[in-house]
Write a protein that binds this ligand. Sequence first.
Ligand code: AMP
Ligand code: MG
Length: 417
Amino acid sequence: MTLHNLLPVDMVQAHILSQTASLDTEYVPTPQALGRILAGEIIAREDIPPASTSSMDGYAVRAADVAQAATDAPVVLDVIADVPAGVAPQCTVGVGQAARIMTGAPLPQGADAVVPVEYTDDHWNAAENPSLPARVAVYRAVQSGENVRPKGESIQAGRLLLMPPVRLRPQEIGLLIALGEAEVMVRRQPRVAIIATGDELIDMHEPLTPGKVRDTNSYILEGLVRQCDGEPLRLPVARDTLAEVRARFHEALAYAPDVVLTIGGVSMGTRDVVRTVVNELGAVELWRVNMRPGRPLAFGHVGDALFFGLPGNPVSAMVTFEVFVRPVLAKMQGLEITPPTVSARVGEDMRSDGRRTYMRVLLERVGEEWVAYSTGTQSSAVLYSMVEADGLLIIPEGTKEVPAGTRLPVRLLREID
Ligand code: AMP
Ligand code: MG
């Protein structure tokens, strides 16, 4: 097999991303929008609070009236009204007057400050539902504005509060609800159909007999799609016949997917029929990439969907998903496509065959540096190596010998510290 008929990874990635458009948007009820990606700016339509409100339980006063108040020289005011929270007061506080007010209640006209109840001679006990006194003695001066939350203190009308693309967390959901936004415009989630192919594949409940393999990859891909905030549709396994693979593609297309992923059946085998079917329904544009694992990857279009033919070995399927599919699902949602990567020194001599190699490695912290060690076998059939690995060490194309100490990038598969 010569190198020149394998496509460079970077070229394939660039081509695939050039074929990837942002998805359209949809409105969802705000309480259900947790984790979704905001698709439009959020500008406050009103002030919050909509009027100045008291931040204490006490008496709404004119600050000038109590400017001289002191413990030994209380100022006595006429109490004209009771203002509970939740009600717009009708009264106006005039000179020498006060209104009893609860936290969160709007400040009545005329008043410009609140004297907390503990600085008055009124020592109500809320449990006893106290009657309104006719007069109140104030023992302390307050400044104009004291103990008052001004109109618009939390949010001013017209202010730009959220900009896309933001992943909505509970506090953003709360903000939207506070603003009265009952629905929110978010990016649609990519719909991804998943078709496993193979005569040898059996269900997880079936006994493992010689020649059989449990369909593992369609579940792995379902999980990866969910991790990328996509909506997976996992179809039943297709046997390696044109008729069955074709039928499964028609089922997938009925779901109006943005992406169709197949697993297996894109190699050089006599029963590798996936590309034939894709060429009937659309087009295979790229096939066979200069990488390890993952060489048989195919890319194209079927219907309105992007098509990825992922190789059947579990590690190959996962690595090609990471390298080619994950960035597409991110771009569709308007998200950053660069995956988390660290720089590491290799802890032992390593070898490659000259293809771009994604080696499963363990990372160890040594002083300020990360040191990478192979997980052991690099066979693409050994799924357990992906369970063990902290990341994928990327050996560039054209390199066959990697001496211990060489610094290379590692794409992380888990959080490390
Ligand atoms: P293929 O690319 O179809 O030649 O498959 C390559 C290898 O991956 C074969 O050993 C298959 O049995 C295995 N394989 C293919 N599909 C799956 C799957 N869905 N789950 C687990 N292993 C699979
Ligand atoms: Mg197969």
